[in-house]
Design a protein. Structure first.
Length: 751
């Protein structure tokens, strides 16, 4: 019983009141895992419940293993007899014993996502459908969403709304693909991940004797992260607990952020309607964050209408105010974040692992990564690859490299059949063999495909060769951005990604757009003398070579999307890109429900911070290759101004007076700031008509000068480094620059 002594009163109530329906609303950082763990331990140790009669469902194997280890410390090895694990693992175990009722063998195969997509792809091909119109990934996600809502292929085909949506989206055959795919799986004695839940519900509906057996075997059902359940999961839980009603769900509606995966927040919001005798316990004390962070988070989530009432509080220290960082551009935002991390580490003796940078979309990591690299700050990207290591980025870079250098075999192998153009592995092998046998380059074989290869592949190869030659001309005649944008478009890569409307497809499309943004930013940078694509690729190759170095040092800054950060905590958290159409996402503004999910996502991000929280936004950001003015996020306006200060360490002027009650409305103040601060000029200065460079040996401090790209400025300081002379010049429009005088073209103007 010692474990009970460490609990606060609501936690104690959640542990010892084990009978009947119970909903534990667990605010961020309130110790919900401890309560769930001790509740199970209490059932076994104090109330003598056989672990075989307890089912505990989680969403990750990590959470299940952590809970099992904690329970074992209290009750011993009996904890191993629990029905504990993820929804999929627990019900797969049940189906192994009962699948024959549904016509499946008990040793049925479980298809993973790749297996499922491969079969769907074969079905699409066999049905004679256009594979570019019916992408396997898109179809798979459509089928998965249906099964999570307990819609099988028969119901799908008989649903005029679903069929109408497919017709509107130019994919009227998805229902028949669903049918053929399901029948193929059944004939193969296989279930996919969604079937593990869909078929469990079907088993309980169609075979009441099986349901009755498990209702009497499972006396207690406990569910972690209940706000993340979908309709299918909830129906299974409700059926299992129907007799004894000993169902305990733990969750926080304010952290429901997975609607795109099928999670249904109404499960937790309406739980009381299904259980009128429900005991509701609220864990409202936050043990993670400072009072300022907790109160700031509360002021944000209070703006949502659809929520369960609670007031999260903490006995922790007040802590420092939330810092708001204003950057001129997304590139500067990255630099300011990197500088802040370095400064905070040095001032407070932190480790780099005490810092996390959170963003709404994966593509935002690019500017952050590059800024951290420049300052030699080690980092890790969680839940994804470093920006330049992502497949879609490597694909486009391979096209760009090959268009410059058609002798590049590695790039050739990557793009020869991308997007698919009917050039298979056997043809590629023939090309390589022909090049080796005749001691010529692969490109020479491609240019003379009729001579060396023949057959059906020569047509697609000739098209490919002509395309690469045309790309080479584009590169010669255009700057890096114009050439890259044309190659991305004409290669078919952009079109293929754009047509994939899944969350993964959208992310990949955004990543490619971000690479194009990086190239545009490179071209628009007046400090870059060489605007060619080859110069940009050379710079990128230096960046990516750092990615490839093996480094097992755990002391790194963590970079991740906010969705990936759920359940984690860090001493110092930076939430970047706080701008309209970015966060909240432009895709989530069509309904109140979508906007409130975005606000919950912001709440989750805020509550990851233990000691210090930083928010940042940029006045301009490259989007789709164009420099756009940005509007600060409406979510900044949701935060009570008492808890926020404008960061002063970066040299920017405060938007408001330093008084803690300095503003009634953040966003209106920021809009005033934007209108008063001009966006950075995306193009270089045009020199005077009579511009001719002067002899820089005559240059002295205090002189007025003109530069062909930076315009007019004043020499602030002269420096010498060995044989090199440098001048630090403060330019009117471009700020302070240090130029090597052996290269700089400057016209000296009389004061």
């Amino acid at each position: 019983m010692d474990y009970l002594q460490s609990l606060n009163p609501p936690q104690h109530e959640g542990v010892v009141n084990t009978e009947g329906p119970c909903m534990i609303i667990a605010g961020a950082g309130s110790g919900k895992t401890r309560v769930l763990t001790y509740r199970i331990a209490h059932l076994i140790q104090t109330q003598g419940v056989d672990p075989f009669h307890i089912m505990a469902l989680t969403f990750t194997n990590k959470a299940a293993n952590e809970m099992r280890e904690r329970i074992e410390k209290v009750v011993g090895s009996d904890a191993r007899n629990l029905w504990m694990g993820t929804f999929h693992s627990v019900f797969a175990r049940m189906l192994r014993a009962e699948a024959h009722h549904l016509g499946y063998p008990n040793n049925f195969t479980i298809y993973d996502t790749d297996d499922s997509k491969s079969i769907i792809k074969n079905v699409i091909k066999e049905m004679g459908l256009d594979e570019t119109q019916y992408k396997a990934n898109t179809v798979y996600n459509r089928i998965s969403a249906a099964k999570n809502k307990l819609i099988g292929w028969q119901d799908y085909l008989n649903n005029p709304v679903l069929m109408g949506d497919d017709t509107d989206n130019m994919r009227p055959e998805i229902g028949n693909i669903f049918k053929n795919y399901s029948q193929r799986c059944f004939k193969s004695g296989a279930m996919d991940f969604d079937d593990l839940l869909f078929n469990t519900d079907k088993l309980f509906k169609e075979h009441l004797e099986v349901l009755n057996k498990y209702q009497h075997r499972i006396h207690y059902v406990l569910v972690d992260e209940f706000q993340d359940t979908n309709l299918c999961q909830y129906f299974i839980i409700r059926k299992l607990a129907a007799i004894r009603q000993n169902v305990c769900v733990v969750g926080d509606d304010a952290q429901s952020i997975y609607a795109f995966r099928g999670a249904d927040i109404s499960n937790i919001l309406n739980f009381e309607k299904d259980y009128p005798d429900l005991r509701i316990i609220k864990l409202e004390q936050n043990y993670r964050s400072t009072k300022t962070i907790v109160d700031a988070a509360n002021s944000v989530i209070a703006k949502n209408k659809a929520q369960l009432p609670k007031k999260v509080w903490t006995a922790n220290e007040d802590g420092t105010l939330v810092e708001l960082i204003k950057a001129v551009s997304d590139n500067e935002e990255g630099k300011l974040i990197a500088s802040s991390i370095f400064e905070e580490k040095m001032q407070h003796q932190h480790s780099f692992s005490d810092f996390a940078v959170l963003y709404r979309t994966n593509s935002q990591s690019r500017s952050i990564e590059e800024a951290l690299r420049r300052m030699n700050i080690k980092y890790k990207v969680v839940g994804g690859l470093s920006f330049y290591q992502r497949k879609e980025i490597k694909d486009l870079l391979a096209y760009l490299r090959y268009s410059i250098n058609p002798q590049d075999e590695a790039s050739f192998r990557r793009i020869i059949n991308l997007p698919k153009r009917g050039i298979g592995d056997s043809t590629i092998d023939k090309i390589v063999v022909a090049a080796n046998d005749h001691a010529i380059s692969i490109w020479k074989v491609l240019e003379n495909a009729n001579t060396f290869l023949g057959g059906r592949a020569t047509g697609p190869i000739e098209d490919f060769v002509n395309k690469i030659k045309r790309f080479g001309v584009e590169i010669q005649n255009k700057d890096a951005y114009e050439a890259a944008a044309e190659i991305a478009k004409s290669s078919g890569l952009l079109k293929e990604l754009y047509e994939d409307k899944t969350a993964e497809g959208l992310s990949r499309y955004e990543n490619v757009q971000e690479l194009l943004n990086a190239i545009k930013e490179y071209v628009d940078d007046p400090e870059k003398e060489d605007k060619s694509l080859s110069a940009f690729l050379q710079e990128v190759s230096l960046v990516t070579s750092q990615d490839e170095s093996k480094d097992n040092d755990p002391d790194k800054v963590t970079l991740m999307t906010i969705h990936m950060a759920k359940g984690l905590e860090f001493k110092n958290v930076y939430i970047v890109g706080m701008e309209e159409d970015l966060f909240p996402s432009q895709m989530m503004l069509s309904s109140r429900a979508d906007l409130e999910e975005e606000r919950r996502l912001f709440y989750v991000a805020i509550t990851r911070a233990q000691k210090k929280l930083f928010l940042s936004y940029a006045l301009t950001r490259y989007r789709f290759g164009r420099l756009k003015n940005c509007e600060p996020s409406r979510f900044l306006d949701d935060i009570d101004p008492r808890y926020v200060k404008i960061s002063s360490k970066f040299g920017g002027k405060d938007l408001f007076a330093p008084n803690p009650n300095y503003a009634k409305n953040f966003v209106s103040g920021m809009k005033r700031s934007i209108s008063s601060q001009p966006a950075p000029k995306p193009t270089a200065y045009k020199p005077s008509a009579d511009f001719t460079p002067s002899d820089t040996r005559l240059l002295k401090e205090g002189m007025k000068v003109e530069h062909p790209k930076f315009g007019f400025g004043t020499v602030v300081k002269m420096e010498e480094q060995g044989a090199e002379r440098k001048a630090k010049i403060n330019f009117t429009d471009f700020g302070e620059k240090t130029l090597l005088l052996s290269f700089a073209k400057l016209k000296i103007h009389e004061n």
